[in-house]
Design a binder for this molecule. Structure first.
Ligand code: FCB
Length: 448
């Protein structure tokens, strides 16, 4: 039987992604300042098994070997983040030369190997000193972000041409300040809303600064998106899906594209939102060169407002294919998400800045790590990417999450997302079978 081959456009960007706190370690080396994740993970009870990012993948010391590994995998692009407190230990004011040099060497190393750096400027490790002054709920944090961005883009802007201001501001704001499951661990809706606004403001103010420091650069932002499927066709479930969409997707997409905050959500939150000042929303809606999307799963929305007895019987269920994160494998949701970004929101270019899955990988007796479930996950998602491209959606790049196993936030080291396995005792890296498969995808520019 003929196997179907999904051939990708010639210039398609194949990458993998990481984030500073999840891989670097060296949490207090050279002049690095404390981040909210250092503080959070050092607080007993906050992270599973008491894990911290103190050592993580020790990438701060092993970056040269890691670059060789990236090269070996054949990646065309590498998305990583810079740690704000490594560059400005107190968040603003004095600069750490050692921190700047670390990223400068990393960028040079990548370019030498012909790998395109995609730099995320904020992937959740806010300087603790800024949290002490109020963190994202405080407007001044947006000004400090611009200072930091100005500093780092002045130094790297000649060589880095692809910038992502923020990673998943929804998670920073709501998981950090409303749910308390991420640093700084607060539980306060008003704070979360103020945080989301100042993140948008920080983004909007930073974009022109990046453009002036980095000529001809492409600048974007990365959002997490999750399509919402009503659990039945009842009015209550459809309303739950609309609410979920407003919360996770529209709350950031709308202001970024000049539509302001979605009114249904403003009403539902019932907050005065007095932190919104004239001009802020114009600033947040600065045109972007691309949108980055992180896609993992969908959500099936079942109303909590009516009882099971009053609601219609549920007709939409999760499949039984579930990852270690307890996330349903639902590749079609990626297609739907990409279509929405283009047809409803009109972004000129889309990059999938994260997509991947955690599974309970084991090192076999032969020393190899065979991870067919991850391979299958990525393969089926790439088929949906291909389908989107065929439909005329301008998807230009795909970054697997993650290059290697790492510190998975509140879950510590218990969840492995890597293409490469990390033995945390020895820091040995083992290339998983999914990575070997991905290597071949990149080589042939096709999914078979
Ligand atoms: C995303 C994060 C990333 C990683 C994956 C699994 O929300 O951006 O750092 O933890 O989830």
């Amino acid at each position: 039987m003929d196997k179907k081959v999904f051939q990708f456009p010639k210039d398609f960007i194949w990458g993998a992604a990481t984030a500073s706190y999840q891989i670097e370690g060296a949490w207090n080396e050279d002049e690095k300042g404390e981040s909210i994740w250092d503080r959070f993970s050092h607080t007993p009870g906050m992270v599973q098994d008491g894990d911290t990012g103190d050592m993580a993948c020790d990438h701060y010391h092993r970056w040269e070997d890691d670059l060789e590994m990236i090269k070996k995998l054949g990646l065309k692009a590498y998305r990583f983040s810079t740690a704000w407190p490594r560059v400005l230990p107190s968040g603003s004011g004095s600069v750490s030369e050692a921190g700047l040099e670390f990223y400068s060497r990393l960028v040079d190393g990548l370019l030498k190997l012909d790998i395109e750096p995609y730099v995320t400027l904020y992937h959740w490790d806010l300087p603790q000193k800024l949290q002490d002054k109020g963190g994202w709920p405080a407007r001044e944090t947006a000004d400090a972000f611009v200072e930091y961005v100005d500093m780092i883009t002045r130094v790297l802007g000649d060589r880095v041409k692809n910038w992502i201001t923020l990673n998943e501001p929804w998670v920073s704001a709501f998981v950090g300040y409303r749910d308390g499951r991420h640093a700084p661990g607060h539980i306060d809706l008003h704070e979360a809303l103020a945080a989301s606004h100042h993140l948008l403001l920080a983004h909007g103010m930073a974009v022109p600064v990046i453009r002036s420091n980095s000529r001809d650069a492409n600048v974007g932002i990365t959002l997490n998106m999750s399509p919402q499927y009503p659990a039945s066709s009842s009015v209550a479930d459809r309303a739950a899906a609309t609410w979920g969409d407003g919360y996770i997707n529209r709350w950031f997409l709308d202001p970024l594209t000049g539509r302001g905050y979605p009114q249904d959500m403003v009403d539902s939150f019932g907050d005065e939102m007095t932190f919104v000042q004239p001009g802020d929303l114009e600033s947040a809606a600065v045109p972007l060169d691309f949108i980055g999307v992180n896609y993992y799963t969908r959500n099936i929305a079942r109303s909590e407002k009516v009882s099971e007895a009053e609601n219609a019987p549920q007709t939409v269920f999760r499949s039984d294919e579930i990852t270690e994160m307890d996330w349903e494998v639902f590749p079609e949701g990626l297609y739907k998400t990409l279509g929405r970004l283009y047809f409803d929101y009109d972004f000129p270019v889309i990059h999938i800045t994260e997509n991947g899955a955690a599974f309970n990988d084991q090192v076999g007796a032969d020393g190899e790590v065979d991870d067919p479930a991850r391979l299958s996950y990525i393969k089926r998602h790439l088929e949906q990417v291909h389908r989107a491209i065929e439909a005329g959606i301008p998807v230009k790049g795909y970054f697997a999450w993650s290059l290697m196993d790492n510190f998975e936030w509140g879950y510590g080291y218990s969840k492995r997302f890597g293409l490469v396995y990390v033995d945390y005792q020895t820091q040995q890296r083992i290339i998983k079978s999914s990575a070997k498969w991905y290597q071949r995808v990149i080589e042939t520019n096709a999914v078979e």
